[in-house]
Design a binder for this molecule. Structure first.
Ligand code: HEM
Length: 185
């Protein structure tokens, strides 16, 4: 098996990824405030966004089966809250941790990650429309994209953490698990 070099990023784990990602997206205080200033618009847009979100997921047998027996009213409320929180205005570790828990909920129901990732296409235009209501539409849209990327990264990380943890337990070490996941052969 070929050896891949130890990476600094491998040492950043669990909650430590949250400040790292927050630094990486380089969201300025002015951008955060701009997003916070249009949260009322996000509340107005949320029902339309959630309707389109679930319309798509319920139209496909492979995604709709996850909702059998679930209260759709409750889920509409949860996804609406998630959308409105994108315009929270405060993007700190507590914010990022709340988003990580949402990712973990989806890991636990055995949902392939391609489904949540493909739903970004639904969220993006609604979010951009809200961001354009701000006093600086271009900056608002740019800021929204950063905050949405943060969610995508956190969601994905919840999946990767889970895979790595279980593989490391199985093979007796994280380094070997990382090499296997990298396809090093
Ligand atoms: C951008 C993508 C998505 C976001 C932001 C999202 C957000 C959420 C949120 C906030 C919750 C509530 C979590 C909690 O209980 O605290 C939730 C639950 C749930 N989501 Fe998603 N979701 C996404 C994609 C999907 C997809 C693609 C499916 C299925 C095809 C799905 C199925 C579910 C189910 C079944 C639950 C209920 C889990 C349970 O309580 O048993 N989600 N989602």
């Amino acid at each position: 098996m070929s050896v891949i070099p130890e990476r600094a990023s491998w040492k950043i784990k669990d909650a430590a990824i949250l400040p790292e990602l927050l630094a990486l997206i380089e969201l300025g205080a002015d951008e955060a405030a701009l997003l916070g200033s249009v949260q009322a618009h996000a509340k107005t847009a949320a029902p339309q966004m959630t309707a389109e979100f679930y319309r798509r997921l319920l139209a496909h047998p492979e995604t709709s089966e996850y909702f059998a027996g679930k209260s759709m009213d409750h889920l509409h409320g949860m996804i609406g809250k998630w959308f409105i929180e994108l315009f929270d205005g405060t993007y700190d570790e507590a914010y990022a941790r709340r988003r990580m828990v949402i990712g973990e909920v989806h890991v636990k129901i055995g949902l392939p990650v391609r489904y949540p990732l493909s739903m970004i296409d639904v969220v993006l235009p609604f979010g951009e429309q809200v961001a354009r209501e701000s006093s600086n539409p271009d900056m608002g849209v740019g800021a929204f994209r950063k905050v949405l990327s943060l969610d995508v990264a956190i969601f994905n990380q919840a999946y990767e953490d889970n895979q790595l943890k279980h593989l490391a337990e199985l093979v007796g070490g994280e380094r070997l698990a990382r090499m296997l996941l990298a396809g090093a052969g």
